[in-house]
Design a protein around this ligand. Structure first.
Ligand code: FAD
Length: 444
């Protein structure tokens, strides 16, 4: 098959830019054979590769990445590894009640796998930290979402803590949050630092990661799969596809994947005076009570003390957006930032970027053996930090013939529901997003 589209990652993500420049890895420029080929070096791809090494220590593994490690969505997200239900297709994240317990088991398995790799590869607390997160509410509607979410957690016997307006000010420094819902199981990562550390940790003489080596064709030839890049090829008995929404560019799941971009901005480092004016704690992580509201993080560490704003979502079937869009969304980010932090009136954004999510209408992934010896761990429904980690690991287990109850949980996912034809899907998708953002009001 001829691959029909390649990743486009608009704007340099701050998470990567704050770190020292990484030495580029070699690109593929020869015809090589391997026991395993993993395509895509995000959460799913690197987790799959790690599990393959654990299960087959003497096998040769090749990982092909179209871009640089941590330059794609895996290095440009907000870093929330969320354990509890967080269904982005419903305003209050409640999702499908019948699936919630299974989803929590899977998310926690992904998070535990990531934490174990964090320990094995000596990642520090800035890279990965089990700090929990808060759902912050600004409006009455947001407060109602938090109450509904608390009832959902009660029904699942999941722990949480309710925070008052004054607790929220004490934590965040701003007076705009009316209440909060703290859930302790979320693990926070510096995404680019985590992905870089994971890639470096798993590399060996047996496992090669090739950067800037997009797969341009993938073909089955008798008992092997052959992936070609511009200057070389990898032939392997088994392939794990970990390309998230680009699964569609490989010819699969046509009219089933929703390609959504979301956007983020990060401030310059705050001065000591500004840190004092802001108040609050020096690290916290907040998702909006309304799924189409604004995610906010305060960080301190490499790059100093900064605030990150993430909001807006656009349905882009082409999987590409322009810089014009980034500039347009920047205005929303500035408005959301100054509304929350009026005491930081002179603080500008230093970085602005966007990135791709892949969702399905019914919030399921595309997982399993999609052709003989070709496995998919794709479509993470916007929560790939945890879901990519677990689906990558489980795809490796499935490919190795291992059976576990958790794998059964993952295999129990329904098939993705069909989307309307284009341009109806895009028009409807964008109309739903704009209406949801309008209803989110000041949560945005
Ligand atoms: C601004 C923003 C904030 C987000 N916040 C969060 C959050 O807080 N928590 C959360 O869980 N998720 C979040 N996400 C979503 C998260 O980033 C994704 O769900 C996650 O990265 C998906 O992981 P993955 O490994 O499946 O795919 P990806 O990270 O997309 O990795 C797939 C890789 O495949 C490569 N690839 C594609 N085509 C080819 C090809 N032809 N050949 C070789 N390689 C190829 C790509 O370059 C890419 O590196 C956010 C996303 C954005 C953009």
């Amino acid at each position: 098959m001829q691959i029909t589209g390649f990743p486009c990652d608009p704007g340099p993500s701050a998470w990567n830019s704050l770190l020292p420049a990484a030495k580029p890895r070699a690109f593929l420029e020869a015809d090589v054979t391997a026991d395993w080929l993993v395509i895509g070096a995000g959460f799913a791809g690197l987790s799959a590769a790690k599990r393959l090494v654990e299960l087959n220590p003497s096998d040769k593994i090749a990982v092909l990445e179209a871009s640089r490690v941590a330059h794609g969505p895996a290095g440009r997200n907000s870093g929330f590894m969320i354990d509890v239900p967080h269904n982005l297709t419903t305003a209050d994240y409640a999702g499908d009640a019948g699936n919630n317990e299974r989803e929590i088991r899977l998310n926690r398995a992904g998070i535990n796998f990531a934490l174990a790799m964090g320990t094995e590869f000596s990642m520090d607390h800035e890279t990965i930290n089990a700090s929990g997160k808060i759902n912050g509410a600004i409006t009455e509607r947001g407060k109602a979402h938090n109450e509904a979410y608390a009832r959902l957690l009660d029904s699942l016997s999941e722990p949480y803590e309710k925070l008052t307006a004054s607790d929220m000010t004490q934590i965040t420094g701003t007076h705009c949050y009316q209440d909060g819902l703290y859930t302790p199981g979320c693990v926070m990562i510096q995404p680019a630092k985590y992905i870089r550390a994971l890639a470096t940790g798993i590399e060996s003489t047996k496992l090669n990661i090739y950067e800037q080596s997009p797969v341009v064709t993938l073909q089955q030839q008798q008992s092997t799969w052959k992936a070609t890049t511009e200057l070389g090829s990898v032939s392997a008995a088994k392939v794990v596809l970990c390309v998230n929404g680009h699964l569609q560019s490989f010819g699969y799941n046509h009219r089933q994947l929703m390609h959504v971009f979301t956007y983020a901005s990060m401030t310059r480092a705050l001065t000591r005076k500004e840190i004092k004016q802001l108040g609050g704690q020096d690290r916290w992580a907040l998702t909006p009570a309304d799924a189409l509201g604004t995610t906010v993080r305060r960080i301190s560490g490499t790059g100093g003390n900064r605030i990150i704003i993430r909001n807006r979502a656009t349905f882009d079937a082409s999987m590409k957006v322009t810089n014009k869009r980034i500039n347009k969304v920047a205005k929303n980010h500035d408005r959301s930032f100054h509304y929350r932090f009026p005491m930081l009136g002179t603080v500008d954004m230093e970085y602005r970027w966007g990135g791709r999510l892949c969702l399905t209408r019914n919030n399921v992934s595309v997982f399993g053996e999609i052709e003989k010896n070709l496995f998919s761990a794709c479509c993470q429904n916007g929560l790939g930090t945890a879901k990519g980690s677990v689906t990558g690991k489980l795809a490796a287990e499935l490919a190795c013939g291992i059976k576990t109850p958790l794998l059964d949980d993952q295999l129990a996912d329904a098939k993705p529901q069909k989307l309307p034809l284009e341009p109806i899907a895009s028009l409807a998708g964008n109309a739903i997003l704009r209406w949801g953002e309008y209803r989110a009001g000041s949560e945005l």
